[in-house]
Design a protein around this ligand. Structure first.
Ligand code: AMP
Length: 416
């Protein structure tokens, strides 16, 4: 256990006396306090995680005790490390399988999430005393390269359809799975994977550990929980718990005609390494990319109308810094982790306040400060108020002309 100053709460609790804050100390958990071994601790240190997030504090000890888990946590809460770290520790003392029968299966709804979970797994397992092989398999790409790599895999990360395909070809067996993880279970159901999931669940051993993560707990998810989990440890993280204190939010009042020129002014004003721009429709995203490119700002679109290949390419170019501006629909608001993204721009507001929180959650990640700027037309003002109310945080709406001239610190509640 470590003692940590509360100074950082200055941002959270406005008006709280600074003197008191700096003198006040609270105990913080270390990763070693929650049962992780030295081998894992050195990997965590390399990842520069200083202390565990709430979901990790609760889930890691329970997973190490091989209990079932119900994790009600959105992307951005640290849920991936919450299950990958203890699973690596549980696998470490065992010998790697020589066949194509992995002991751990992580089911995910999208190719993007599969790749992301595989990256996290690889980063943590790279420096362990023995390498734990993981593999992401997903549709939309050729099956043969995935088939070749399946031998000796210990953590298999898969989208349901491609896994059924590979099981059907006897390229992999899931009859010896000891731990099943369902990541973004709600999204899997929303995307219509229930039948595929049932098919796979029948092939899995009855006796196993099951970890189910979901951002929401609607009726369909509740049925799945009932069917799958035995006496689960329930871990819940509210979206509001992990946003938006590390994010400086700004909002500019613009007319519909001045939105485009103002956006270009914004992009050109700073030396942001990467900028993620959100639109509410595929059409606006595509139009915006055309306009930005015409004006000498290289940009790529990311949305559901793009092929899997185009999406992955756009994302990897953006992640590596080759493309500076990515224009995306809400498809990119969840499940995509881009380390230390400095700026998110809401060119158009999303319909739901939750999506707004997810969008701005793409910045200010892993403890680094981020900035989120929203461009608000008169028609969007009321909706922006609704979003702020839900978020419990008020952002001063500043005229676009004042950009760069005025402080845009967090404001008070706007008058109705
Ligand atoms: P996730 O919810 O798994 O997508 O994680 C969100 C982000 O938080 C990722 O960028 C992780 O690398 C980061 N992260 C997870 N746990 C920690 C931690 N304990 N300390 C700092 N960053 C973390």
């Amino acid at each position: 256990m470590q003692w940590q100053s509360l100074v950082h709460l200055k941002v959270k609790r406005k008006g709280f006396p600074l003197l008191l804050l700096t003198l006040c100390k609270i105990p913080t958990m270390n990763f070693s306090d929650i049962g992780l071994s030295k081998d894992l601790l050195s990997s965590i240190e390399r990842a520069k995680y200083e202390s565990p997030y709430p979901i990790q504090i609760e889930a890691i000890p329970a997973i190490l005790q091989q209990k079932d888990i119900l994790g009600l946590a959105p992307t951005g809460s640290g849920k991936t490390a919450a299950y990958i770290l203890p699973l690596l520790q549980l696998l470490l003392p065992h010998e790697a399988p020589r066949d194509r029968q992995p002991p751990v299966l992580v089911l995910v709804p999208t190719r993007e999430l599969a790749i992301q979970v595989a990256e996290v797994t690889e980063n943590f397992s790279r420096f362990l005393p023995r390498r734990i092989k993981s593999l992401a398999i997903f549709g939309g790409v050729s099956i043969n390269p995935q088939m070749i790599k399946l031998g000796g895999v210990e953590i298999l990360i898969a989208t349901p359809g491609r896994l059924i395909d590979l099981v059907g070809r006897n390229a992999v067996g899931i009859g010896r799975i000891q731990t099943l993880v369902l990541d973004e279970a709600d999204k899997m159901l929303q995307m219509g994977f229930r039948e595929e999931m049932d098919h796979l669940l029948e092939l899995l051993p009855k006796k196993k550990q099951t970890l189910l993560f979901s951002a929401t707990e609607d009726k369909e998810v509740a049925v799945l929980i009932q069917e799958l989990l035995k006496d689960p440890v329930r871990v819940q993280v509210a979206a509001e718990d992990f946003t938006p204190d590390l994010i400086q939010q700004e909002a500019y009042r613009v007319s519909p005609e001045s939105k485009g020129p103002f956006l270009r002014q914004l992009i050109q004003s700073g030396d942001w390494k990467q900028i993620l721009i959100f639109t509410s429709s595929i059409r606006t995203a595509d139009n915006l990319v055309v306009k930005l490119t015409k004006n000498g700002i290289e940009a790529t679109a990311f949305h559901g109308d793009k092929s899997q290949g185009a999406r992955t390419e756009a994302l990897s170019k953006f992640k590596s810094g080759k493309t500076r501006v990515l224009v995306a629909t809400d498809l990119a608001a969840r499940g995509i982790d881009i380390q230390a993204l400095p700026l998110v721009i809401n060119y158009e507001l999303p319909r739901s306040p939750k999506d707004y929180i997810h969008r701005i959650g793409r910045t200010g990640r892993a403890g680094s400060m981020g900035q989120a700027i929203s461009l608000i037309t008169p028609e969007e003002q009321h909706h922006f108020k609704v979003i702020q109310k839900k978020m419990g945080k008020w952002v001063t709406l500043v005229p676009a002309e004042a950009f760069g001239k005025e402080s845009t610190e967090q404001g008070e509640a706007p008058s109705e």
